[in-house]
Write a protein that binds this ligand. Structure first.
Ligand code: AMP
Length: 428
């Protein structure tokens, strides 16, 4: 049966992760979980929707996310809720609400799951996408920033991704950013004619955002703009220098980019992204940085933080393009077939026995004939087929066929699990 044309389809910009891909996701998440544990991070599961205010205050009113990308609706009690567009604000809320950072404690937390943004869909950009997110809360020193960047690089190293570049910047803090903002305004004021409509609007609201505009003419104006490094206050400058020397100590190469500002208002000091040379326009596989003022923005106490979010959909895309390994694909090891109707119950018992021993086994539950079962066995690429028919029933044995060379053995059912898993006994 081919695909069926129905009126009801998945909404635009969202997709199904089907069996051919889902096992790859599981591999990426498993590998990530191991790296997270090695870096002392604990996994948490957080709600997919939150009070809208969490994002309008925590992500920032002038960001694209809050201005035009949120899935916001009223629930039946008339409360405004929003499908999470990112994970950091929720993570900080959860840490505060549950006292994870009480009395100066710090916490390293991670989670993964779907995020929702009403963006224009294209390759690598979806309206429901998935992030791996890690946040280090309660530490203001640059050592934490270096650890976060190192952790993201380590995850990608373990996944075998190549051709990645770390791009680094500092976005300053409320002390130095206003000074820089003035310098930027003066620069862009003189080049108003080169700016697109959107950037003209950004002049008043958030001129830093002009720096990451994709419009070529705005880009040329941004390239010639003053660099934030020359405007950082002493504290931000020292922090930036420490991050850079920390990365150099660990041999993590990076490129400085004064135009990297990222879309989120709560960032302070460090901002970074990891870009893939194999992704086209949507080339960021990971973005992160420091956000020392987020907690206060959502009504909490001062709580410094630094973290990153990696795009799972894009990571899998790049890995596929680069031919990276996803570990072993799920496969049926043994197909158990009934030669006659009387043998079906013995097939059920043997299949159950194999699975109890952790052997991936498959059987026919649709009462199909022997030929159809053997077709399924071939299609499943099972290494072994067990056949039970009248003769086997009489002797209390099972015929075990090596599917690679057709050789057969007669075994007692109890001996089958060990036989098909024994080292040196493998047909493929
Ligand atoms: P951000 O929260 O915007 O810094 O995004 C962090 C990472 O999530 C990006 O580097 C992308 O890999 C991924 N990402 C962000 N938006 C999308 C999207 N609409 N579709 C797919 N991946 C995305």
């Amino acid at each position: 049966m081919g695909s069926i044309d129905m009126d009801i389809k998945a909404p635009r910009g969202v997709r199904d992760i089907l069996p051919g891909e889902s096992w790859k996701w599981a591999y990426v998440v498993r590998t990530t979980a191991e790296a997270m544990a090695d870096f002392g991070c604990s996994e948490v599961h957080l709600p997919i929707f939150e009070q809208t205010e969490l994002f309008s205050r925590g992500v920032g009113e002038t960001t694209d996310i809050v201005e035009k990308e949120m899935y916001t609706f009223s629930d039946r009690g008339g409360r405004s809720v929003t499908l999470r567009p990112e994970a950091t604000a929720g993570m900080v809320r959860a840490a505060l609400e549950n006292g994870l950072c009480a009395q100066g404690a710090s916490a390293k937390l991670w989670c993964w799951g779907p995020m929702f943004r009403y963006e224009r869909p294209q390759k690598g950009r979806y309206r429901q996408f998935h992030q791996i997110d890690m946040e280090c809360l309660g530490v203001s020193g640059a050592g934490a920033d270096v650890e976060v960047i190192d952790l993201s690089a380590e995850i990608f190293r373990r996944l075998g991704l190549r051709n990645l570049e770390v791009v680094l910047n500092s976005v300053g803090c409320p002390v130095c950013r206003p000074v820089y903002r003035q310098a930027l305004l003066a620069h862009f004021e003189a080049r108003r004619g080169e700016l697109c409509e959107t950037c003209l609007g950004r002049m008043e609201r958030n001129p830093l955002r002009i720096l990451d505009c994709k419009n070529p003419s705005c880009g040329a104006a941004a390239d010639a703009s003053p660099a934030i490094y020359d405007h950082l206050c002493p504290e931000c400058r020292d922090h930036f220098e420490e991050v850079r020397s920390g990365l150099e100590r660990l041999d993590l190469s990076y490129r400085l980019d004064k135009r990297l500002v990222r879309g989120l208002d709560y960032y302070t000091k460090t901002a970074y992204e990891m870009l893939s040379g194999d992704l086209g326009a949507q080339n960021a596989v990971c973005g992160g940085g420091r956000y020392d003022n987020l907690s206060e923005a959502i009504g909490g106490p001062h709580l410094p933080g630094v973290g990153f979010a990696g795009g799972l959909d894009r990571i899998v895309l790049v890995m596929e393009e680069q031919g990276c390994s996803f570990g072993r694909a799920p496969a049926v090891r043994v197909y158990v077939a009934a030669l006659s109707d009387e043998a079906r119950s013995a097939v059920q018992v043997l299949t159950h026995r194999l699975r109890r021993h952790g052997v991936a086994a498959e059987q026919d539950t649709a009462s199909r004939g022997f030929k159809a079962q053997m077709k399924s066995a071939d299609a499943s690429h099972a290494a072994w087929t067990c056949i039970i028919g009248p003769e086997e029933m009489e002797k209390g044995l099972v015929t075990v066929r090596n599917m690679a060379d057709g050789s057969q053995a007669s075994l007692a059912p109890e001996a089958v699990p060990e036989f098909v898993t024994k080292e040196g006994n493998q047909p493929l």
